[in-house]
Design a protein around this ligand. Sequence first.
Ligand code: SER
Length: 595
Amino acid sequence: MKELKSEELRALYLGFFKDHGHGVIPSASLIPENDPTVLFTTAGMHPLVPYLLGEKHPAGTRLTDVQKCVRTGDIDDVGDNSHCTFFEMLGNWSLGDYFKKEAIAWSYEFLTSEKYLGIPVEKLAVSVFEGDADAPRDEESASIWAACGIPTDKIFYLPKKNNWWGPAGITGPCGPDTEMFIDTGKPKCSENCSPACDCGKYLEIWNDVFMQYFKNAEGKFEPLKQKNVDTGMGLERTLCILTGKNSVYETDLFADARAKIESLTGKAYGESEEITKAFRIVLDHMRTATFILGDRKGVTPSNVDQGYVLRRLIRRAVRYGRQLDLPEGSLGEIASVYVEKYANVYPELVENKQKILEELAKEEQKFSRTLKSGLKEFERTVSRLQGTEIDGQTAFRLYDTFGFPVEITQELAKEKGLTVDIEGFKACFQQHQAKSAAGSEQHFKCGLADNQEATTRLHTATHLLHAALRKILSPDCAQRGSNITAERLRFDFNFGRPMTKEEITAVEAFVNEAIQAKVPVTMEEMTVEEAKAAGAIGLFESKYGDKVKVYTMGAYSKEICGGPHAENTGDLGTFVITKEQSSSSGVRRIKAELK
Ligand code: SER
C-alpha cells in the first residue's frame, strides 16, 4: 500500500478517471441549491441528482470530482477515531454511460495497481447485493469481481440494509451497490463475521452504486430512464487506511492544525483520552466551520438552518477548547491554518478568509461572554434537580439567556446521566414565537424529488427574482444563497439596507410581467467565457473552457444554472413576496411564493 498525502491521493484519483475519459468537474457548494431536503451537500452524487435523473451534463456522461461534504447527523460521535462532520468524497459517475463491468474493473485497478493505491489483492474483500423483492441478487457484480481475481470467499452477499445506497432524501435515485473493504487481518469475530459487522476486521474504502432505480413517494422502486454509476471514496478514511494510522485525525490533513492547538495550549494530542477527544472535537468542528463560512454560498451563524448548525459547531468547539485551556480568541488562528492547508484545492477559503476570521471572532466572543455563567446556571439546576430530567423551561433559559444550543445542554446532561425534556423546550420556544432551531428538522421531512414540479417552478421564479433585484435595486445585487421547498423560495442577496415597500412591489411587478408574457424558458450550453459575453449572470464557478448551461427567459433573465426549469414562464402562477428581512450583515433575504 502506498503511504499517500492528501494532495497525492486527490491527484491520483482524478488523473486515473480523467485518463478513462471522465470530465473533471469542480466541487459544488456545501450549501445545496434548490434542494429542500437537506441543509448541506452530503455526498458527491448530491449536486448531480438532476443529471442522474436524465438532464444532460455539460461535461459529458463520465464525470469525476472531489466533493466537499458535511454530515452532522453524527456530531455527537465526533471525538472517536473516525467521525468527522466535514469530509471530502472522491467520486466518479456514469450518467447512462458505462455500468458494472467498467466501474468494477476500474475500481479494482485503482485499488490494486502499483501505479495507484497498490493494495495487495489478499487484503481486499467486497460485498454485493443479495437481492430481494425490489431488485435481483447481484450475481453479475460478483462474477466481475471474481474475474478480477477476488477469491469467492471474499465476496459477501448482503441485504438492502448494507448493500443499497440512496435515495439521499425520501425519494430519488438509488440502487444496489458493491462495497470494497480492507481486510485488516484481524481474526473473524464469529463464524458469521462479514463486512456487515463492525468488529473492525473489515474497513470500508469505496462504494460503487448502480443507480438504476427511482424510489417514489409510495416507496416503490421504478426503473430509471438510464442506468448510472455513482461511486464514493472518503478521502480522510482512505488516507488513514493507506498510512496505517489509528485515526483520521492523524493524517496530514490535520497535522498543522493539531500542531497549532498544541502550541496554543501547551497540551499534547494523545496525552490522555479526554484530551484527545477534546482535540478531535476542536479540530473537526473548526475545519467544518471554516468550510461553511468560507463556501461561495457560505452562511454565518444564526438560529436557523445551516446557520444554526454552524453556531452549534463553533460553540461546541469553544466549550471543548476550554477543556484544553485554549486561549480566548484563538479560533481564528486554527481556521487560518486550515485556510492555508486547503488553499490550493479550495481557493474560496482564501477569498473568504477575512469573513471566516471575523465571523469566528464574533461568535466566539458572544458565546464566551455567557458560557461561564451558563455553566454555573446549569450546575445550579442540577444541584436542585429532583429526578433525572432537566425541564424544558430551564433548557430554554440556557438557550435564550446564555446562548446554549439545546444540543449542548443535552450533552452536558448526558455527561451527568441526565436527560432534557426536548418537547418542553420546543413548547417554550414556540411560545416565544422565535424561529425554531428545530426548523432544520423540517428539511428532512420531504423527499428530494417530492413535489418536484412545485420546486421546479419556484426555481424558475428565483431566476426572475434575481433579474428583478438587479434591475430595480442595483446591478451589483447577486445571489448569496437559495433554498427552495415545495411551498416557497428563499433567496439571499447582497444589499445594504431593507427594501422599501415600493421596491418590493416593483420587484413583484417585474416578475409577474415576465410570467404574464408567457415566454419560453430555453437552455443553451456554452463555455463560461461565452456565457459571460452573452451577459449571463450566476455563479461562475467552473474552470476556463468548461461548458455550462445558460437558461434564458426572453429579455427578462439569462442565468447560468444546472436546471431543471419550467418550460414556459406562463406556468408559474402569481409571484408574491411574503417576507423581506436581514439575513446577515450586508445580506438581505426574500421569501416568496407562487399562488
Ligand atoms: N453515494 C454513495 C455514498 O455516499 C457513493 O458515492 O457512499
